[in-house]
Structure formats: structure tokens, C-alpha cells
Design a protein around this ligand. Structure first.
Ligand code: SF4
Ligand code: SF4
Length: 345
């Protein structure tokens, strides 16, 4: 007996797949499945988070609908993943709220913070908001450096704390004792697998999107988004390059998402995905707008908007699609450990 209906279904599918094993070369999920004869709730949550949602095992499966076995691994794991994230969320009170209203909550948070900064500056000194500020430190005319560090440092630390608590719950759920450090070899292997999105390629042919013709588009847009995000943080000199990647990547992911075969996805919770991708796009476009109009009177209001969006991005990170990267990395570490323990490199 499992804790939820979707885990019952995941157990049924893994039992069918373990007899079939046709898909064992497609990704990490099937080799990890083959290491087990029975599946606990934690095992199924581990496999669900190890799945990269490439869709290949659905199109390749001779038992997918309308076959009576009704095997749909990508969709079942997508629902199981989302339910697992809600179960690991810290604090628990936020579990269901964001999944249902992700876009609205993100936008309202961004606009509220922007309006607060805007109103505060306008009431104090309109010249600060609408004046032209140039040279080094011009951005701090709107909000002093220390206030900016305090506000965003607090939001960032809160996000880190919530994410650590979530991963702790995941790690414990999948059967790894909390406090047991993973070995460096497994951490490094998982980092390489995550950095190259090794398992988002449908076994080499590519990701299945709107039809049965696989392509690498999702992988490319995902890389642009991820590395664009890192570049924006890495160095100011690279921020423009990162900003462009962070415009193209999320826009591409949103287009690909709109075209995906509904049979492959969890249609109940698309708000979670869309909210995070949208906030990344808005972070980039408002940041680019600040850079372009930095020497004009529009800089103050644009900066207020950008800061509001960045604050909302940080504060909603632990409750949206961002967490998929964290849990998937932890699942890849576990997979690397299991393979090493079995003598594979
Ligand atoms: S998804 Fe279908 S083809 Fe693939 S292992 Fe499972 S039952 Fe076999
Ligand atoms: S959807 Fe892709 S990553 Fe997920 S189990 Fe199927 S083949 Fe593996």
C-alpha cells in the first residue's frame, strides 16, 4: 500500500516496466528501477525526480494508451514529482497554495514590492525616482546599497533555508540518512550529468514534444536559461550576455511547453512551471530595460520594477519549478552512488 493514488499507479507501472525492460537504455530511471524488485514510496519519489520528462518511453512503449495496460510513465512521474515537492515544502502551509496560483502570486509579489519601492522613493524625494543619475553607484540613488543588500540578502537566505529543508525531507524520504555526506565521486558525476542534461535526450534521439519527432529544442532552451541565469550572477561584465540568454531560453521553453502533447504532462499544475519561467523572463527583460535606459528619467521606475521582480523570483523559488533542478540533482547523486556501489563507474 502506498501513501497516494499516484504512487500506487507508479508502482504498477514500474512493475510492468521491470518485466519488460525495453526502455532500459533511454535514461537513468530504468537502470535505477532494475536495481529494485519492490518499490517503497521513497523509491518511487526518487525515480519520479530522476525522470527528466523527455517523453521517449511514452512514444516507444507498446503498452501506452489505448493499450489496456495504460502505461504512461512521463505523466505519472510528472504528477508524482509535483506531489512530492508539495510534501517536502517548507513551511508546509505553502504547499498547495503556490501550485494552484503560481503565476498570480509571483506577479502580485513583484508588483507589490515594486510599488513599495516606487512609493517610498516618490514620497521621500521625487527627484530620486525621476531624476537622471549617471556614473558608478547610480542605481543606489533609488535604494541605498546597504538597504538593497539587507532586503535581497534576507530574501535569498530565506530561499536557501527553505530549499535546504526541502532537500533534507527528500533525502530522508528516499532512504538516505540525513547527515550522511555523499561521496565526492558521486557528487561530481551528478554535477556532470546535470550540467549536460545527459538524460534529457530520449536515449540519444532527443526530447519528444508536440508529435513523435524528437528534437533537442527543450535541451537547448534549458541550457540557455540555466547558463544565462548563472552568467547574470557570475560577473557584471557578463550580465548582458546572460540577460540575452535568459530572454531566449525562457521564451523558448514557454513556446515548447505550449506545444507539448497533453498526454505527457501534468495539466493540473502547469501554473508552477509557467510562473518560474515567466519570472526568469521578466527578471531578464526588466534588467535589460534598466541597462538600456540607465541614463534617462525612466531608470528609477524601471529599477523599482526590476527589484520587485527579482525579490519575487527569490521568495517564490522554493515553491515553484525551480525546485526541480535541486531535487533532480539530489536524485542524480543517489543514482551515481548506487551505480558506484554496484561497481559501475
Ligand atoms: S515504458 Fe513500456 S516499453 Fe518501456 S519499459 Fe515500460 S512497459 Fe516497457
Ligand atoms: S520520460 Fe524520459 S527521462 Fe522520464 S522515464 Fe521516460 S525515458 Fe526516462
Amino acid at each position: 500500500m502506498h501513501g497516494t493514488r499516484i504512487l500506487e499507479e507508479a508502482d504498477r507501472l514500474m512493475t510492468v516496466c521491470n518485466s519488460c525492460r525495453y526502455c532500459e537504455g533511454l535514461c537513468a530511471v530504468f537502470p535505477a528501477m532494475e536495481m529494485r524488485r519492490a518499490f517503497s514510496d521513497g523509491d518511487l519519489n526518487y525515480l519520479a525526480n530522476l525522470c527528466h520528462a523527455c517523453g521517449a518511453c511514452y512514444t516507444d512503449c507498446q503498452f501506452s494508451p489505448p493499450h489496456e495496460y495504460n502505461v504512461n510513465v512521463p505523466k505519472t512521474f510528472a504528477i508524482a514529482r509535483a506531489e512530492s515537492w508539495a510534501a517536502y515544502v517548507w513551511p508546509q502551509a505553502f504547499a498547495g497554495v503556490f501550485a494552484r496560483n503560481g503565476v498570480a502570486i509571483s506577479i502580485i509579489t513583484a508588483l507589490s514590492v515594486a510599488a513599495f519601492i516606487f512609493g517610498f522613493a516618490a514620497l521621500n524625494d521625487r527627484q530620486v525616482l525621476f531624476g537622471i543619475h549617471t556614473g558608478p553607484g547610480a542605481f543606489y540613488a533609488l535604494m541605498p546599497h546597504n538597504a538593497m543588500v539587507a532586503l535581497f540578502g534576507a530574501a535569498f537566505l530565506y530561499a536557501i533555508l527553505a530549499l535546504v529543508m526541502g532537500v533534507r525531507a527528500f533525502w530522508r524520504d528516499i532512504g538516505e540518512p540525513v547527515g550522511t555526506p555523499a561521496d565526492p565521486g558521486s557528487l561530481w558525476q551528478a554535477m556532470k550529468d546535470a550540467a549536460g542534461l545527459r538524460y534529457l535526450d530520449g536515449g540519444g534521439a532527443g526530447c519528444v514534444n508536440e508529435d513523435e519527432r524528437p528534437s533537442d529544442r527543450r535541451k537547448i532552451y534549458h541550457h540557455l536559461t540555466f547558463y544565462g541565469f548563472l552568467l547574470c550572477f557570475a560577473a557584471t561584465s557578463l550580465a548582458t550576455l546572460g540577460g540575452i540568454a535568459l530572454l531566449v531560453g525562457p521564451a523558448g521553453l514557454l513556446v515548447e511547453k505550449s506545444k507539448r502533447d497533453p498526454a505527457l504532462i501534468d495539466q493540473q499544475r502547469t501554473g508552477m512551471d509557467v510562473a518560474f519561467i515567466l519570472m526568469l523572463f521578466l527578471t531578464s527583460i526588466t534588467g535589460m530595460a534598466v541597462l538600456v535606459w540607465r541614463d534617462s528619467a525612466a531608470m528609477g521606475p524601471l529599477l523599482a520594477l526590476h527589484l520587485g521582480v527579482v525579490f519575487a523570483l527569490f521568495i517564490t523559488m522554493p515553491y515553484g519549478k525551480f525546485v526541480h533542478g535541486i531535487y533532480r540533482y539530489a536524485a542524480l547523486v543517489r543514482y551515481a552512488r548506487e551505480r558506484r556501489q554496484m561497481g559501475h563507474t
